[in-house]
Design a protein around this ligand. Structure first.
Ligand SMILES: *Cc1c(COP(=O)(O)O)cnc(C)c1O
Length: 226
């Protein structure tokens, strides 16, 4: 299937998941994750109407952004961000999905020329292989971010374990939603926390049912070339 067919299929699934939960599909944003595909394929995705692009490597994001030139898409950095690379990317991204430590917040604060929308990454299942804060660390971490006026806490991000156990995946996503509600209750100006970045190719339907506002799809949308 081509990108247009993939995109139509994904949006049909999003719509169905939203109908089931009585929410509007307008509240869901589809990020095309382009880490497995070329600059040319990324351009195809933009021509197919993709409005958000996500990359997990600094070099990949810069290369695609340069290639696409004027395209009016939003750029998402979704991978682990090394502190020393913040300066290379900070002027080129609209969202960072992987804020998980104060040393990174300090560097963003130092390098950003305007407030950057960030997602605090949470490792709900506490998997060793994944980055992110433990559930109990999230609220204290968000409190500390009040001192960093170049960071806007747009929301929370997580990756579910890679498993067939649907109820486990669902509990990870609903835990992230609960954390979001706790942060929203505090009504912090720097942390509106209106967004939830969760759901990938194999679990985005569950994520949308549990309240995702940004889903990050690579394989099932643009495919895998390398
Ligand atoms: C690669 C990646 C995705 C997309 O994964 P697919 O399974 O190909 O859809 C989403 N989020 C993050 C953080 C990723 O690294």
């Amino acid at each position: 299937m081509g990108i247009i067919e993939n995109r139509n299929h994904i949006w049909n699934e999003i719509q169905a998941a939203c109908d089931k939960k009585n929410r509007s599909a307008k509240g869901v944003n589809l990020i095309a994750v382009t880490k497995y595909v070329s600059n040319e394929t990324t351009k195809e995705a933009v021509l197919a109407g993709v409005e958000h692009i996500g990359e997990n490597r600094v070099e990949g994001l810069l290369s695609k952004k340069e290639f696409l030139e004027e395209a009016s898409v939003k750029w998402h950095f979704i991978g682990t961000l090394q502190t020393r690379k913040v300066k290379d990317i900070i002027q080129h991204v609209d969202y960072i999905h992987s804020l998980d430590r104060i040393s990174l917040a300090k560097e963003i604060q130092k390098r950003a020329e305007k407030p950057i929308s960030c997602f605090v990454q949470v490792n709900i299942a506490e998997e060793d292989s994944k980055h992110g804060l433990g559930v109990k660390e999230v609220l204290p971490f968000v409190d500390k971010l009040k001192d960093y006026d170049r960071i806007k806490v747009a929301g929370l991000m997580t990756m579910a374990p890679f498993t067939d156990d649907e109820s486990l995946i669902r509990s990870v996503f609903s835990t992230l939603k609960q954390l979001q509600l706790e942060i929203q209750k505090k009504e912090l100006a720097y942390a509106p926390c209106t967004e939830l970045s969760m759901g990938m190719s194999n679990d985005y339907v569950i994520a949308v049912e549990e309240g995702a506002t940004f889903i990050r799809i690579g394989t099932n949308l643009v495919g895998k070339e390398f």
